[in-house]
Ligand binder design. Structure first.
Ligand code: FES
Length: 88
């Protein structure tokens, strides 16, 4: 995909990826209250639903995601993406 990936976060905002290390870092740069704990792919706290688009891994994840979940600390967007942060 040409151009800068756009990140849409349901119930929050839409912004352009600034090439932070991970999606988690990008969310934090926008002051979006994204959950996290280990930042290393172990705990699963940072998982969100990937509704649209594609991400790639920036570090190995040891936590097994299910379905459309991704770990924001372990991925970065490679296309425009739409994600949803779980409410709990
Ligand atoms: S913050 Fe622990 S897996 Fe991402």
């Amino acid at each position: 995909m040409a151009g800068i990936p756009r990140i849409k976060v349901n119930h929050y905002s839409t912004f352009y990826y600034q090439y932070e290390f991970s999606l988690l870092d990008a969310l934090e740069a926008q002051e979006i209250p994204a959950p996290y704990n280990c930042r290393g792919g172990y705990c699963g706290c940072c998982r969100v639903r990937l509704i649209d688009g594609e991400v790639e891994e920036v570090q190995d994840a040891l936590y097994d995601t299910v379905g459309d979940e991704i770990l924001t600390c372990c991925t970065k967007p490679v296309t425009h993406v739409e994600i949803e942060i779980p409410e709990d």
